[in-house]
Design a binder for this molecule. Structure first.
Ligand SMILES: [Zn+2]
Ligand SMILES: [Zn+2]
Ligand SMILES: [Zn+2]
Length: 730
């Protein structure tokens, strides 16, 4: 008895080999019918016995490529279908709304490049419908070859046959290529590998830009790279051939290994084995960022070098990653000894993503390659199309329309001209690629962020969104929450409507508005932003406040700054000169870390806070006292107690963390008593700290962390977009 079903699939299912997969699956199950793309995704009409249809749908649900969002199966009249066909997309159908993210080389393609008999043996640009470049080669929609940077490489007859054969895994693989017709390297991989082994620095053209590569076990090579790149302390990422090679460098949990090998291939933060890499790779942190190869080129390079390779974005200090060949050769001339480039242009700059396992599952800390431009599915619809411009640091922007939001690639810190130019160019490109014409532009309250100035200069209506409201809304959007939530938003700084710097907030929030239910007692930042790079200033402020202007000399003596400077800062605080009030939990990390660890300066934002986090003795369960008065956590009792633990940094760091966890949990419980059992979200850069995130989850149970979207400012724009769409009327 033949039955019929119409199966509508939505999500990122176009350009990822979904239709050939369905075709092969249907043939395997003896299912007749057809499959085609439509504007919402892919539609299948399938005809077979009920059993066969059930099996077909079950396997489709379990193993299909791409990211399926919904699958709706409805019975239709049975048809005597002859075979199974892939139909051309219907004319008049809106162009495919989605360009998929770049996908790591699949096992079949990898095996092919390693097979001496295959025609793609050793070919660095091998790909198929399940893997290869997408976003970084796409110039426009619809996503097909003439609108990619592969347009200049006409297919050879052999590639064309594969491209046109529905049964082939390269059916309609837009970047299909082979040594006869595709892009070429300008130097053999082996030559570049030899240079790396010899201690040289090689600029390698990847998917979304150039990387700088050197031997990660050579202290001299790493030191030279740091000096030339003018990057003092920030850790470098390390490319390793496979998971086994990664295990030699770091302790990996099963979840770490799975994250490392996932299709997105992020830089995965894990605890390194001491001495396994040159000390200069990741100074001042026990963590190391590892990544596995994601193109045949990287596979070949890792294999040929035979040892871990530093792979860091090809740029100077904080500038954006270089992606244009000519530009890269100029910008990187003084950094790289040699270039390993090729002739396939990069359409969109895209950095590597960064992720870490927290509370048993991955958290994306930097959302770029492998994720962009896959949309975030909203549990709600935005009233109008919106562009949200994000924050000043770790910038990423967001476009939202209907029930989808697209976060742009990680732009980085908007504090130089090159980064700002990249931001403007990336916004314009994404508007075109995802076909969003914003009617509103959301921005942070802070008037001096370049992203704010950009928003104000646009012709559309600009809407300011408070920083922590945006963080909470971002977490809500990621979890499909609408209505009210209790949101902990803890970070370094974000301007509050009262002019103070916020960042230790508990908000009762919806997309439409928020009420501040709790915060931390503010600390005085003497010299404003200078206190961020000089956290000893925060330490002085915390001591002065905790001890009513009369801290114990032993504690003051721990401040790693000249006594004259300390005196000046204390006077500034006492007189309220150039002093900003900061509620940020990140500042408590800075200040307490600087005090106990005796650190004066941070080479980059958050460095001392991270060191303080890494100092934690996990065996210590105790905490320090604190009080909560009218929703304000008073940490002065904690600082007074901390001043007695100066010689036990591991214990002090653990107790500090436990204190914050207890304070956060108590704020939330009080809010629950007053407002009922609302969903709880935790967001803000502080929740990239696993101890804090896991501790809060342990205390409160059902706390939703940000995972698919960064908890830090890289995820801010998503929340800005939702808030701007919700406020200000239709
Ligand atoms: Zn493949
Ligand atoms: Zn070819
Ligand atoms: Zn923030």
């Amino acid at each position: 008895m033949i039955a019929g079903r119409r199966i509508a699939v939505s999500g990122t299912v176009q350009g990822v080999g979904f239709r050939p997969y369905v075709y092969r699956l249907a043939r395997a199950h003896g299912v007749g019918g057809r499959v085609r793309n439509d504007d919402a995704g892919v539609v299948i009409e399938a005809f077979a016995a009920e059993r066969a249809l059930d099996d077909f749908v079950a396997e489709l649900t379990a193993g299909a490529p791409g990211r399926m969002r919904t699958l709706v199966s409805t019975p239709i009249a049975a048809e005597e279908a002859r075979g199974f066909a892939i139909e051309a997309s219907r004319r008049g159908v809106a162009p495919a709304l989605s360009i998929p993210p770049d996908l790591a080389t699949c096992p079949e393609c990898l095996a092919e490049t390693r097979d001496p008999r295959a025609r793609r043996h050793g070919y660095a640009f091998t790909n198929c419908t399940r893997c290869g470049p997408r976003f970084t080669i796409a110039l426009d929609l619809p996503y097909d070859r003439p609108r990619t940077t592969m347009a200049g490489f006409p297919m050879c007859p052999a590639c064309r046959r594969e491209y046109e054969d529905p049964a082939d895994r390269r059916f309609h693989a837009q970047p299909i290529a082979c040594p006869a017709c595709g892009p070429r390297l300008d130097e053999p991989v082996e030559a570049a590998a030899r240079r790396i082994v010899d201690g040289q620095i090689v600029a390698v053209k990847g998917l979304g830009g150039f990387h700088l590569a050197c031997d990660a076990t050579s202290e001299a090579a790493v030191a030279r790279l740091r000096a030339r790149k003018r990057r003092d302390q920030k850790p470098f990422a390390v490319l390793v051939a496979d998971v086994d090679a990664a295990r030699a460098l770091a302790e990996l949990s099963d979840a770490d290994a799975a994250l490392l090998g996932s299709d997105e291939r992020p830089i995965t933060l894990v605890r390194g084995r001491p001495g396994a890499l040159a000390a200069g790779v990741a100074p001042d942190t026990p963590l190391v960022g590892l990544l596995l190869p994601y193109t045949p080129l990287h596979h070949a390079l890792a294999a040929a070098v035979g040892r871990p390779i530093v792979l860091t974005s090809g740029n100077l200090a904080d500038e954006p990653i270089a992606c244009d060949d000519a530009e890269a050769r100029v910008r990187l001339a003084r950094i790289a000894d040699a270039f390993l480039g090729h002739d396939r242009p990069i359409a969109s700059r895209c950095d590597d993503s960064v992720a870490r396992v927290i509370a048993g599952a991955p958290v994306v800390l930097r959302r770029a390659r492998g994720h962009v431009p896959a949309p975030v599915a909203l549990g709600t619809r935005v009233a109008v199309p919106v562009l949200a411009c994000g924050a000043q640091l770790k910038n990423s922007f967001c476009l939202a329309r209907d029930d989808s939001a697209w976060l742009g690639p990680h732009v980085g810190d908007l504090d130089n001209e090159a980064a700002y130019a990249f931001f403007c160019e990336a916004v314009e490109r994404m508007e075109r690629l995802v076909r969003v014409r914003p009617e509103r532009v959301a921005h942070d309250l802070h008037p001096d962020y370049l992203s704010t100035r950009y928003a104000m200069a646009r012709p559309e209506r600009a809407i300011a969104v408070q920083h922590h409201h945006a963080h909470v809304a971002s977490a809500m959007a990621e979890h499909g929450l609408d209505g009210e939530v209790l949101g902990l938003a803890w970070d370094g700084a974000g301007l509050g409507p009262d002019g103070a710097s916020w960042g230790g907030e508990l908000l009762l929030a919806s997309y439409r508005g928020f009420r501040r239910l709790g915060t931390f007692r503010p600390v005085a930042l003497a010299g404003g932003d200078r206190a961020i790079r000089q956290p000893w200033r925060v330490a002085v402020a915390l001591l002065d406040d905790a001890f009513d202007g009369d801290p114990p000399p032993a504690a003051l003596a721990r401040i790693a700054a000249a006594p004259a400077d300390v005196r000046v800062v204390r006077q500034m605080i006492a007189r309220g000169l150039q002093v900003q009030r900061a509620h940020g939990v990140g500042r408590l990390f800075d200040g307490c870390g600087a005090l106990v660890l005796g650190r004066a300066v941070a080479a980059y934002e958050g460095q001392v806070a991270a060191a303080w986090n890494h100092a934690v003795d996990p065996a210590e369960r105790g905490r320090y006292p604190f009080t909560i008065d009218d929703g304000v956590v008073d940490t002065r009792p904690m600082v007074r107690a901390l001043a007695c633990d100066l010689d036990r940094p591991g214990v002090a760091a653990a107790r500090f963390h436990n204190t914050l966890i207890a304070a956060g949990a108590e704020l939330v419980r009080a809010a629950q008593r007053a407002h009922g059992a609302l969903p709880i979200v935790a967001t803000g850069g502080c929740f990239a700290n696993p101890i804090l995130a896991e501790g809060l989850v342990a205390e409160l149970g059902d706390v939703r962390l940000q995972r698919a979207v960064p908890p830090g400012d890289g995820g801010l724009a998503l929340g800005q977009a939702l808030v701007a769409a919700a406020i200000g009327g239709p």
